[in-house]
Design a binder for this molecule. Sequence first.
Ligand SMILES: Cc1ncc(CO)c(N)n1
Length: 224
Amino acid sequence: MKFSERLHKELQPIWRKNHAHPFVKGIGDGTLDKEKFRFFMVQDYLYLMDYAKLFAIGVVKAKDVETMGRFARLLDGTLNEEMALHREYAKKFGVAEEEFESASPSPTTLAYTHYMLHVGQNGTLADLVAAILPCMWSYWEIGKELNEIPGASEHEFYGEWIQMYSSDEFGQLAEWCIELLDELTVGLPEADLKRLEEIFLNTTRFEYMFWDMSYNQAMWPTDE
Ligand SMILES: Cc1ncc(CO)c(N)n1
């Protein structure tokens, strides 16, 4: 069994919780409160600024030109395509994109991005890929699942979001990361695989926390 299949199988219980979260359901049926979505998009913009840096670290850690080029394209796609979606939504909310960029990260956003940056900076290339993969993979699956709901991708507000994450372009990037993780883990001792599994588990858990944080618009509890 490929390592990615093992991870996907073992983490199905959390994966299902992510798909069933009321925030995700609300995008799918179009009933999500727009204020919650706005909170999410601001935090996701900050999240993606750090996420893009992980691809830059991928370039640094890669050992061949092809892999370097792939990470460079992921970096470009994140900054200029995925984050362009957020900038479009900023317009819809009547907010300047600088306001998204200069917002304060929530504790969950900070914890999630800093965990990935720590693993990416201090670990192997396989550690980095294990950390970033649940993000891309789960959004692609959620995008495809929501895209199957009749009319969801044409929804006047949430349709574009669904189109972005169910797109073939986004899927191809996720698939490449899956393949890279499989290549990098061939023949690794079980102790290494266990470490990678734990990293993947942690960022899968953070994905759930990110939906939950957005649904509750949760900033620092000490500010309330
Ligand atoms: C929190 C989060 N996870 C995954 C993605 C997909 O890139 C995203 N934009 N944000």
